[in-house]
Design a protein around this ligand. Structure first.
Ligand code: SF4
Length: 261
């Protein structure tokens, strides 16, 4: 697929009162993003965890905090030998809260971990294997019903711990897709998830890799403030009228060269 062409779309006009997020891009074009990132950066080998349960714990602890803080909390849990569902289920919530303190909002996060474990024990007799044998959509609905589990956490659990074919949408996805006019309007998790999931074969390896590539791009180039488009693997895919494109410097004419001291 040709990916070096400039994408010609009109930059959406944003109003103060943003409309719900809409999708402006064809599925074929979205694959160009995957290919450009994969060529430049992949493979990513995500998620950074040793076991499916550790993925679940990380997915809950990473809410509203940097990953470095989650790592410290997980190190505490590992030292206390609590990184199994049965061990964590047996420990008092107050002790759990003290151990996950580095991840911030530690009392709420301890309650969220316990809520997940209660669900796991109540529905699946404590077995992650049994839980992940549930059909994807059915399990997704059940996870979303657990206290403290929203769409991004549920999809991280499904994809990275259970190898289910879902795409995880995060703030980097919204930012990059918005800046490239792939979407416009107020971020809408389900609209973006559907866009990506229907653009690719339903293969967890593809969704895993694409999400990891987007996170890497967001961290290294597409920051919340001024994006660093020069050198970004997606710069050639910016729309022709994007405000992030720097005007090309015209080569000096022969006369200008002659007059230059
Ligand atoms: S840094 Fe620029 S080129 Fe890269 S993803 Fe962000 S807006 Fe696009």
């Amino acid at each position: 697929m040709e990916t070096s062409r400039r994408v010609r779309r009109n930059w959406p006009i944003r109003t103060e009162e943003q409309a719900p997020e809409t999708v402006n891009l064809g599925q074929q074009d979205l694959r160009a993003y995957y290919e450009a990132l994969s060529r430049a950066l992949g493979p990513m080998h995500w998620w950074p965890a040793k076991t499916p349960f550790e993925v679940i714990v990380g997915a809950i602890l990473t809410q509203s905090t940097a990953w470095a803080n989650v790592e410290r909390a997980i190190a505490n849990l590992r030292s206390a030998a609590l990184l199994t569902p049965s061990a964590m289920w047996a420990v008092p919530t107050s002790r759990l809260a003290a151990l996950v303190r580095p991840s911030g909002y530690f009392r709420q996060k301890a309650k969220k971990l316990k809520a997940f474990l209660q669900f796991l024990h109540g529905e699946y007799r404590g077995s992650l294997k049994r839980m992940f044998q549930t059909p994807t959509e059915e399990l997704r609905v059940k996870l979303l019903d657990v206290h403290g589990i929203g769409p991004e956490t549920a999809d991280s659990i499904l994809l990275y711990a259970g190898n289910h074919p879902v795409f995880v949408v995060d703030s980097y996805t919204h930012r990059i897709f918005g800046r490239h006019a792939i979407t416009s309007g107020k971020p809408n998790y389900e609209a973006v998830r559907t866009l990506v999931e229907t653009a690719f074969p339903r293969d967890p390896r593809v969704f895993n890799e694409f999400h990891a590539l987007i996170v890497n791009t967001g961290k290294n180039w597409c920051s919340k403030g001024e994006p660093r488009c020069e050198g970004c693997p997606l710069s050639h895919l910016l729309p022709a009228n994007s405000p992030f494109l720097r005007p090309a410097v015209a080569p000096a004419t022969a006369l200008e060269t002659e007059l230059t001291p």
